[in-house]
Design a protein around this ligand. Structure first.
Ligand code: SF4
Ligand code: SF4
Length: 382
């Protein structure tokens, strides 16, 4: 009886602690959002970017930079939980398009009907559930999730039950999206639909065309646009829909894009010097089970075939083992301010803006000193 009472008290304490921490996060997000509504979009993006980099620097630990292959499982789980905010997966291979700004223009996925192994996906969800993962699970990468909607909904239902605190999202090109599919996705337990709006062949992006396309999408789905944010290269809109967060983005891909691990010539820019947060904050799984260091690299692109850091198709393989083992080498290679080698040499993905380079380099140098990790940083900028 005493034992049961003690367990009851522990459970209540955990619930109170969780409630308090959620309230604190909600309050600080609310204050930040309210302040941001008064500022121009470009300034809001700059503020958010600065906050994210500061958070990353402050969260760095020696463990995140070491190979913990021989550490106990609990340590591996804690490290994953502390750093990973996004798990990106493909539930199948197929995408019905071959967009020029996407590596699917090189590796055509239109006729690849492979489904991701269900046992593999469930093992990933179980592992995420075992640490009460609260980050995002995003289904897309180089597939169109709605190309196999039954399989997708079945996987979302399982993810929802095994990882109850995660935010589950899909990214879709909207070709197969209908009001009926929206209802199915909501019933399956999805939280967010990111809708990518692409222009017709030969059309050139303008804010007016982007706005027109967003209105057409709203009409097709029988929903209303609530808010829009416009920049010189994008129009992002939110839509009213009970029980699902619907967001669209219409980008100007003539000027916006990344070279996807040096595979798309039109997006190759200047040398990458700034650190990359991807191998710290994201965990990326291809439809084959190959784990990639970031969203830009893919195991089915010939020039990226040597980059997988793990293979979840191997029975009993674990996301925690891979994150704290082989992926740690990518973290060490991405932590400093120095010229990055292929495939990162000309990558501008989540590149640190020029105006933040010196302050972040200084903060990073201090942080690495503090945790006892030696890596050349600010000196390479001066
Ligand atoms: S729809 Fe998306 S995944 Fe498919 S080819 Fe276009 S950008 Fe790539
Ligand atoms: S620099 Fe680019 S290609 Fe390299 S790991 Fe980061 S996101 Fe990936």
């Amino acid at each position: 009886m005493m034992m049961e009472q003690q367990l009851g008290h522990q459970r209540i304490s955990r619930l109170i602690a969780k409630g308090y921490s959620r309230l604190k996060t909600w309050l600080s997000n609310w204050v930040a959002r309210s302040t941001e509504t008064l500022l121009p979009v470009e300034m809001v993006v700059k503020l958010r970017t600065g906050r994210d980099w500061k958070h990353w620097v402050n969260a760095l630990t020696l463990e995140a930079l070491e190979d913990l292959t021989n550490a106990p499982t609990e340590i591996k789980q804690q490290l994953f939980k502390a750093h990973v905010r996004l798990v990106e997966i493909e539930t199948h291979a197929k995408c019905n398009r071959t967009c020029s700004f996407c590596p699917n223009s090189i590796v055509d996925r239109r006729f690849n009907s492979t489904l991701t192994n269900s046992e593999l996906l469930h093992r990933v969800f179980q592992e995420l559930g075992s640490i009460n993962y609260t980050g995002q699970i995003k289904i897309a990468r180089y597939s169109e999730p709605l190309a196999h909607v039954d399989h997708l909904c079945a996987q979302i239902e399982i993810a929802r039950s095994l990882v109850p605190y995660a935010q589950i999202a899909i990214v879709t090109n909207t070709d197969y999206l209908t009001p009926t599919i929206l209802v199915r996705l909501r019933q399956a337990g999805l939280d967010v639909v990111y809708m990518s709006i692409y222009l017709k062949a030969g059309e050139h992006w303008t804010p007016e065309i982007a706005s027109d396309c967003s209105e057409k999408l709203a009409k097709k789905l029988g929903i209303q646009i609530t808010t829009c944010e416009k920049t010189s290269v994008s129009l992002r809109c939110n839509y009213e829909y009970e029980g699902l967060d619907l967001r669209s983005a219409c980008m100007n891909f003539e000027t916006y894009g990344t070279d996807r691990g040096n595979s798309l010539d039109q997006f190759i820019t200047q040398d990458r010097v700034s650190p990359c947060r991807e191998p710290f904050e994201t965990f990326v799984i291809d439809y084959t089970g190959a784990v990639m260091p970031c969203c830009n690299l893919r195991s089915d692109l010939p020039q990226h075939q040597s980059f997988p850091v793990g293979d979840l198709a191997i029975p009993n393989s674990s996301i925690f083992e891979i994150y704290t083992g082989h992926l740690s080498a990518w973290r060490r290679s991405m932590v400093g301010f120095d010229r990055k080698p292929f495939p990162c040499a000309t990558c501008n993905h989540r590149q640190l803006p020029k105006t933040l380079e010196v302050p972040v380099a200084q903060q990073l140098e201090n942080r690495l000193d503090q945790i006892g990790y030696k890596k050349p940083t600010i000196s390479s900028l001066i």
